[in-house]
Design a protein around this ligand. Structure first.
Ligand code: HEM
Ligand SMILES: *[C@@H]1O[C@H](CO)[C@@H](O)[C@H](O)[C@H]1NC(C)=O
Ligand SMILES: *[C@@H]1O[C@H](CO)[C@@H](O)[C@H](O)[C@H]1NC(C)=O
Length: 482
């Protein structure tokens, strides 16, 4: 949530304070005339409650900002953050309503500075029928039959390759990021890890840092560095796209995402620039998300020995039925029920995507209130996932809770780590498979303990810089498997 740097804000405060106070008064007045705004506190002019939001996210309590306001105002409340009046929802029905009405009553909305980093043809920014077409192309590219028949072999091999290279002390978060980046590059354009992919990743890390330095880019060197790095990444990728286009015209096709894009995705063809933006966005979307879940699953397992033992038993059983170096297949993946509980529970308590921002395209009525046209809306998944009313002892890591019910007490709109509606995450199955395979090789080949000095806090409230170093011990001669 550290979406910007607070210091820059004060520069803007004085000149615009009068103007904004005026606008806020107008808004409140119009609220009184017929429309009822959700209850809440819009805070100070311009900065609103932004500073409270940031302060809250620097503490260890997962949801202090939202908790406090839900108690005072209810599950749907108004506030004013990042320079705009915003309605927060901690209510599953309202969240579902927001997700399902994407493109009708609400549309996704990112700050300008983020759009520059993503590129204007990114799936995250597309709207309307083009979005629909590209979303379904992306969905079908990552669907379960493609994973089963094509991607799983590489996922298994590349994860094994990464683990082979571990020394006795590793920075788990770093390795997890390397893994997810390598997997995405492989699946998008059939690259195996090499010096080129690693130097691309170095630039890439700078781009990602830019995402956490907005929306006052003029003041931010991190942001400027990110824009430069983005240009470099785009150049490197355009080169690849051009080469592949030539090969493609000469009749050499590859069955990867880039191949599908070069084929035109079932419509008129895409330009190189469109394809590059699209690839950049896919790399962004899967990188930080999947790697934090991998790392935090390990952290929670380490702190919950009974869960780790049960997970290990599940995976040892799978291993026992295979040759030492044999890769996992789809049946193996499908016989990991407890692993899925662990993954769901990690997604529930520790997803770095706490929710999604939208903008109201028109006046929208929810729960007897009006969200005025143009206002921002934040559908908080995390607030629902950590609500005692929906999950017993919601703030405890308890993978067994998923065992007993398998969905009965948690209908689809309560647990939404991957969003929903027209923008449902196209990587939801892929992420699950990647995390499962990673856990498989980790627990069957290694034991570990965390290195004392750099323990992750319970919850990644602020974007954690921590890398979760662990000491590992290898249990087999897996070095021979490459
Ligand atoms: C644990 C891992 C992941 C989590 C928690 C996650 C979560 C999400 C969520 C909540 C959204 C919805 C955003 C919105 O509604 O505005 C989303 C969208 C998206 N995700 Fe994921 N994701 C994960 C992994 C991945 C992976 C591995 C990929 C790559 C294939 C991916 C690609 C995308 C894309 C392209 C979108 C944009 C979809 C659109 O706007 O139409 N995600 N993700
Ligand atoms: C997955 O996508 C492919 C096209 O990429 C399609 O042929 C197949 O039917 C899809 N499978 C499922 C289970 O949706
Ligand atoms: C995990 O969550 C998904 C929804 O993302 C759900 O479909 C699935 O049934 C859950 N798995 C378990 C074991 O409860």
């Amino acid at each position: 949530m550290e979406l910007f740097q607070a210091s820059g804000l004060t520069c803007l405060l004085i000149p615009t304070a009068f103007f904004v106070t005026f606008v806020l008064l107008l808004l409140r007045a119009s609220g009184r005339r017929g429309r009822r705004l959700p209850p809440g506190n819009l805070g100070l002019p311009v900065i609103g409650e932004t500073l409270q939001l940031i302060a809250a996210y620097k503490t260890e309590n997962p949801e202090p900002f939202i908790d406090d306001r839900v108690r005072r105002f209810g599950a749907v409340f108004a506030t004013h953050v990042f320079g705009e009046p915003t309605v927060f929802s901690a209510d599953p029905e309202t969240n579902r309503f927001i997700l399902q009405n994407e493109g009708k009553l609400f549309e996704c909305s990112y700050p300008r500075s983020l759009c520059n980093l993503l590129g204007k043809h990114s799936l995250l920014l597309m709207k309307g029928s083009l979005h629909k077409r590209m979303h379904s192309l992306t969905m079908s590219f990552g669907n379960s039959s493609i994973i089963r028949d094509h991607l799983l072999v590489d996922i298994d091999r590349l994860i094994r390759l990464n683990l082979e290279s571990w020394s006795d002390r590793v920075l788990l978060m770093e390795e997890a990021k390397k893994i997810t980046f390598e997997l995405t590059l492989k699946q998008l354009m059939s690259f195996d890890p090499c010096d080129w992919t690693e130097s691309l990743r170095k630039e890439y890390v700078l781009v990602i840092e830019g995402f956490f330095s907005v929306p006052l880019p003029i003041f931010s060197t991190t942001y400027r560095r990110a824009i430069k790095a983005r240009t470099k990444v785009a150049e490197a990728l355009s080169l690849v796209v051009r080469q592949r286009r030539k090969q493609c015209e000469a009749g050499a096709r590859k069955k990867d995402m880039l191949g599908a894009l070069l084929d035109g995705g079932g419509g008129s063809g895409f330009s190189d620039e469109q394809i590059v933006d699209f690839l950049v966005a896919l790399l962004v979307a899967g990188y930080e998300t999947t790697s934090t879940i991998m790392t935090l699953a390990v952290k929670f397992l380490t702190e919950t020995p009974r869960a780790l033992a049960q997970l290990k038993e599940e995976h040892d059983k799978i291993r026992a039925g295979k040759y030492p170096c044999e890769g996992l297949d789809w049946n193996d993946y499908k016989s990991m029920p407890f692993t899925q509980c662990v993954i769901n529970e990690t997604l529930r308590v520790a997803n770095i995507i706490g929710g999604v921002f939208r903008r109201a395209m028109t006046d929208v009525n929810v729960k007897g209130y009006t969200i005025p046209k143009g206002w921002k809306v934040f559908a908080s998944f995390r607030a629902v996932h950590l609500d005692q009313d929906h999950f017993k002892e919601a703030r405890t890591f308890n993978p067994w809770r998923w065992q007993s019910n398998s969905g009965s007490t948690t209908p689809g709109n309560i647990f939404t780590p991957f969003g929903g509606g027209p923008r449902l995450c196209p990587g939801y199955e892929l992420a699950r498979v990647e995390i499962s395979v990673f856990l498989h090789h980790l627990v069957t080949r290694f034991s570990w303990e965390p290195a004392e000095e750099d323990k992750l806090v319970f919850f990644p409230t602020t974007r954690t810089q921590k890398r979760y170093p662990i000491y590992v011990r290898r249990h087999d001669a897996s070095g021979q498997c490459i």
